[in-house]
Design a protein. Sequence first.
Length: 202
Amino acid sequence: MENIFEIVSKLSLSAVAGYLLGSIPLAYQISKHKGINIFQSGTGLAGASNVLHNVGKKPAAIVFWGDFLKGFSSILFGNLIGLQGHWLIIPALASIMGHWNSIFTKFRGGDGMATLGGATVGAFPIIGITTITAASMLTLLLRVIPYITLIGFSIGGLMLFILNMIYYSDLNLAIGYLLLYILVIGHAFRGHRKRRIFFEKI
C-alpha cells in the first residue's frame, strides 16, 4: 500500500504535467501564424470554436484535436505514474486549468470543452467515446439551436455520469467528472454568450 508521501508526490507531478500540457497555446500560435490575435477576435477565447469563426476550418480542426490531446495526455501520464480511480480527476482538472490560464499567454485561454473531452476518453475509453459521439451527433443535427454545443456537451456529461455509475460504480470518480463538466460548461457559457453578442453586432 502506498504511503501518503508517494500519493502526494504522484498527485503533484500529475497536476504540474497536466497544467503544462493544458497550457500549450495551440489556438494562439496557429492563429498568430495566420496573422490573427485570437484573444482580440470574436469571444476572445483561444479555442476551436473561436478559431473556426475567425481563422478557418482547417486551423480549427487542428486546434480541436490538439486541445483534445491535451486532456487525453494528462490522463495517460497520470496512468503511467500509477494514478487510478478518482485520483485521475486531479490531472484532468489541471489540464483544464492550464487551458483556461496558460502560463505561455499571460494566463489567458479557451473554454476547455475539447480538453475535458480528451480527459474523458482517457479515463473512460469506451463510455467516453460513446458520450462524446452522442453529444457531437446531437450538436450537428440541431446546430441551428442557440447554445446547442453547450446543450450537447451538458447531455454528454450527464450520460457519462449515468454510464459511469452503471459500469464502473466509482461514485467519487463519477461525481468528480460531473463537477468538472459543470465547471467547464459554466466557463464556456460566458464565452458562447459573448460570441453570440459579438456576431449580433456585426
